[in-house]
Write a protein that binds this ligand. Structure first.
Ligand code: ADP
Ligand code: MG
Length: 209
């Protein structure tokens, strides 16, 4: 199931390569789709080398290493380090539940912030990843089914991407055009949503099996 979800996210990134390039063309240098597709392809190849039985920890570790080794630009190294850090904090054989996802997204956000020094409102991938992290916090999940928790997180991620349209970039390449970036979605926030939406779709399907 971890592998199916990861492969679905990889396919989604490859499918949206041109769209992500177009977003980046408006406020950056037009290569975000290319960078993400390179990472997705490398992740796909790394997964093929893994044991059939590989769990969440090993998959995250393999994806993190593949992305770090193969993707340049600003987003690639941030995503690569974030996946590796997530791999470090999850337990072997952990269940896929809100607590595990909170752990993963807390680690990813912290690692991206440590390296990139950005926060919510700077028009980056963090405007999607921080709302996802917060939606998995215990106080926001009490009494809800896992399916409802995933829907809540996906909606928060979508709202986060919408929010990036309304603000000026303060970090990364797009910061150099400042207010001219208002009105455009952030490419890294868009790729985070694309990945998360694909993961959620597989996780939700698996609940109905
Ligand atoms: P580059 O900007 O080097 O061309 P990409 O186009 O692949 O790299 O990635 C751009 C994305 O990287 C941005 O849309 C933004 O979401 C993300 N990004 C850039 N700088 C930072 C940062 N300091 N913290 C978090 N995310 C960042
Ligand atoms: Mg770029």
């Amino acid at each position: 199931m971890v592998r199916d979800a990861t492969e679905a996210a990889i396919r989604a990134v490859l499918n949206e390569k041109d769209f992500l390039n177009e977003l980046d063309d408006k406020i950056g240098d037009g290569d975000h789709g290319l960078n993400m597709a390179r990472g997705a392809q490398a992740a796909h190849e790394a997964l093929a080398e893994l044991d059939e039985e590989a769990g969440l920890k090993e998959v995250l570790q393999a994806v993190g290493e593949a992305v770090t080794a193969n993707v340049g630009g600003s987003a690639g190294p941030l995503y690569g380090a974030a996946f590796s850090e997530a791999a470090r904090v999850v337990d072997e054989d952990c269940a896929l539940d809100a607590a595990t996802l909170e752990k993963i997204f807390t680690a990813m956000v912290a690692e991206i912030q440590k390296r990139g020094n950005a926060d919510r409102g700077d028009k980056t991938m963090l405007d999607v990843l921080i709302p996802i992290r917060d939606s998995f916090a215990a106080e926001n999940c009490a009494g809800k089914s896992f399916e409802d928790i995933l829907t809540q997180a996906r909606d928060a991620a979508r709202d986060g991407l919408e929010f990036t349209k309304t603000i000026a970039a303060r970090k990364g390449r797009a910061a150099s055009i400042g207010d001219k970036s208002i009105g455009c979605e952030d490419p890294g926030a868009a790729s985070s949503l694309i990945i998360f939406r694909a993961l959620c779709a597989v996780w939700k399907d698996s609940l109905r099996e």
